[in-house]
Structures are given as C-alpha cells and as structure tokens.
Ligand binder design. Structure first.
Ligand code: PMP
Length: 392
C-alpha cells in the first residue's frame, strides 16, 4: 500500500536516530559518550516522584479532561503569569504529553496549504517538518553565528509577506543555545501586530538562561492575545521520559486546542499531572537551582576545551543545554565531523545540518547528559581524533 503523499514531506528529529544508532553500538560492547540527545542526567526531584507514586496508589489512573487536570492548571497559571508578565487563569493553560504535541497542534490549528510560516534555521527540526507535512510553506529565518544566533532585522522584515500566518520563536534556542535579545523579540512583536500574524513561542528552555533574565515575546504589549506559549517539565525538572508539557493558549483558541487533544491522545496521563502539581515547591525548586548551576559549569568546561581545537570556534551559549561550535575552518562538512567523532572517538553528537540548511558548518553537542568526569573524557576523545578531522 502506498503511503499518503504527505508522508514524503515529513522530516525527522535526527537526535533520536543517532541515539538509536549509539545504543546499537553499545549493545555490541562499544563505550559511547552521549552528547547527541537533548537530555539531562539529573534525577527527577523527589517531591515529584513521591507525588506520582501517591497518585498511583490513590488510583488517579483514569481519564482526565482533555485540557488537563484543573489542579495542575491552577498551579501553573500564576507561574506562567509571573514568568511571562501576562494575565493567566487556569482556563488559559493546557497540559500536553510532553511539549512536542503543542507544536503539532498549533500548526494543525492555524496552517492551511500555502500559508507561510517563518521559523528559525538552524532550529528545532519538528518546526520545518510539520510545516511541510501540513502543506505550509516553510520560510527559514536564518540565525547568524556572528549575531549570537539572533537574526538580521531587515532580513526578517523582508521575509514577511501577505501570506505569513505564523512566526515560530524559540529562545533560548535548540540547537544553538542562543537567546533572542529584547530588540529581536520586539521586532517580531511589532511585525506580528502590524500584519496580524500569530506567534508560537517555544520556551522549553525558559529556566535555563545563564546571563540576564528570561524574556517571553508574550510579554510585549498586546502580544498575549496572539501568542501560544510552550513550556514543559522535560528540561526544567529533568523529566524527559515522563512526557509532561504545558502551554498558554489565548482564550479564543483554547476550545480547538482541547479538541485536538481529544482527537489524538484524549488526555495527558493522570498521575503524571498530579506529579506536576508538586514541582513548584521549595525542595524541587532548590533541585532546579542546583541543576542549573551544574549545567553552567559543564557549559564553561565544554566551551573552553572546544576553543582549544584548531578550526573550532565555540561561542558561549546564553541558555539551553547545547554548544554549537563553528567547525567550518576545518574544511570539513558538518556531517563528516559528526561521522568521524561517532566512528573514531565514539562520541555521539549531531551535524548542524540536522537542524536545517543554515546549520552547515556547525556541530551540536549537549552538555546536559554527562557529569564532569564523563564530559571531560568525551572532550579528550574529541581532541585525540581532531588531527584526523584537520587532515583533509
Ligand atoms: N522544543 C524544543 C526547542 C526542544 O528542544 C524540545 C526537546 N528537545 C521540545 C520542544 C520537545 O520537548 P518534549 O520532550 O517535552 O516533547
């Protein structure tokens, strides 16, 4: 049987494919160092685990309303209001099984075939993939290394047309670790309002800003009514396997978003949501602060070591859990550097091109997955094979 035509337009998140390949090597006895997948190695804070166990024992194991557990939405509303500087009631909060579904729902809800969507490139692969899947026109907004992965404002304006329906913002960014400046966010907000464009703001790294304060595009005047905000427990509390995400959806759109959940997964797991209620107490927040400090330390080690390599220029990312060094001066393509590191150093990373065309000349390494000793070992292995990368 032939697949539907749209399947040929579906991309992929390469991190999961490289993870599978690295696991395959491990089954053969190879000692791989994981720097590919965007995950952290910290334990989920105890109050969250305890709340989950209690919820299971209390038989919180049935369906819930599609929009999410009221007690969780009630917990998240003031937190979202404070961090995004907007008014949020529990009615404006939606709960999803991980953050990713909200990307799908937003594109499904707003994009007709032929509608243009501006998205960051290099950027998180699900954006381009899902825009194409639904027949939208994916319009890359190039993020520039020399601007700390912000964009050229004039170039941005030139990419907006009468067909632009949605602008995707991701700050702090995957894969670059870049953080949009106030001016970048303001430029997008001004254009979105002037041209009546929706904004999807992927803020899953909102808790991992290392310099200054996190700023959401939803905070700009009159933006809350045209912005869908995505956040998740995934990175914040090191809960990638739990599948717990949430978002702010402007009130007039919420019913449709709830119905998209209704039609796809019915609801997010019950006991997982009860666990999420306990995540914002002092003990869990203290764990988050510790985790952030540790991540910052790992980031600094990685940047310093990578900058000792000839032909490798690594900026200091302002947020998230990735470095995105420029390897173009080695004379190698991203994919070649990835291959050599995987095959010869047994270090799994990702080619910059896994994040779009504008990722050529870069590789992505996650500093979330390994404690200091293992991280240093990975960097040593990279150093050892580097002469081979330069040999070309
Ligand atoms: N957005 C970005 C920018 C991400 O990096 C990720 C995860 N790597 C997600 C969304 C999806 O997160 P989740 O695992 O919560 O679905």
């Amino acid at each position: 049987m032939q697949f539907a035509e749209r399947i040929s337009r579906l991309g992929t998140e390469q991190a999961f494919n490289v993870l599978a390949k690295a696991k395959e090597e491990e089954r053969k006895g190879v000692d791989m160092i994981h720097m590919e997948i965007g995950d952290t190695d910290f334990d989920t804070p105890k109050p969250i685990k305890d709340a989950c166990i209690k919820a299971v024992e209390d038989n919180q194991t049935h369906y819930l309303p599609s929009q999410g557990l009221y007690e969780l939405r009630e917990k998240l509303a003031p937190m979202l209001a404070k961090t995004r500087k907007i008014d949020v009631t529990p009615e404006d909060v939606i709960i999803t099984p991980g953050g990713k579904p909200l990307i799908l729902y937003t594109i499904m809800a707003f994009i007709n075939p032929g509608d243009e969507v501006l998205y960051p490139n290099p950027g998180y692969p699900a954006y381009e993939s899902l825009i194409n899947f639904f027949g939208g026109k994916a319009m890359p907004l190039p993020l520039l290394g020399e601007k700390n992965f912000n964009f050229d404002i004039e170039e941005f304006k030139s990419l907006v047309t009468d067909k632009t329906k949605l602008i995707i913002v991701n700050s702090p960014q995957n894969p670059t670790g870049g953080v949009f400046t106030h001016e970048s966010l303001e430029a997008i907000a001004e254009v979105a309002k002037e041209k009546d464009i929706m904004v999807f703001s992927d803020e899953v790294y909102s808790q991992f800003v290392f310099e200054g304060e996190f700023e959401s595009i939803a905070s700009f005047p009159d933006m809350a009514e045209r912005t869908v905000v995505l956040d998740a427990y995934t990175k914040t509390f090191s809960m990638s396997g739990w599948r717990l995400g949430y978002g702010y959806v402007p009130q007039q759109y919420m019913k449709v978003f709830g119905n998209l959940i209704n039609n796809t997964v019915s609801c997010t797991p019950n006991f997982t949501q009860w666990a999420g209620v306990e995540a914002w107490n002092d003990e869990a927040l203290a764990d988050l602060a510790k985790m952030k400090a540790e991540l910052e330390k790992r980031r600094d080690i990685m940047v310093a070591e990578l900058n000792t390599l000839e032909g490798c220029k690594c900026h200091t990312p302002g947020g998230a859990i990735y470095v995105f060094p420029d390897i173009s001066e080695t004379g190698r393509k991203s994919q070649e550097v990835y291959d050599i590191l995987f095959d010869k150093a047994h270090v799994a990373c990702l080619a910059g091109t896994s994040f779009g065309n504008y990722g050529e000349g870069y590789i992505r390494l996650s500093f979330g997955n390994n404690g200091e000793a293992r991280l240093r070992e990975g960097l040593e292995r990279i150093k050892k094979v580097w002469p081979e990368i330069l040999k070309k």
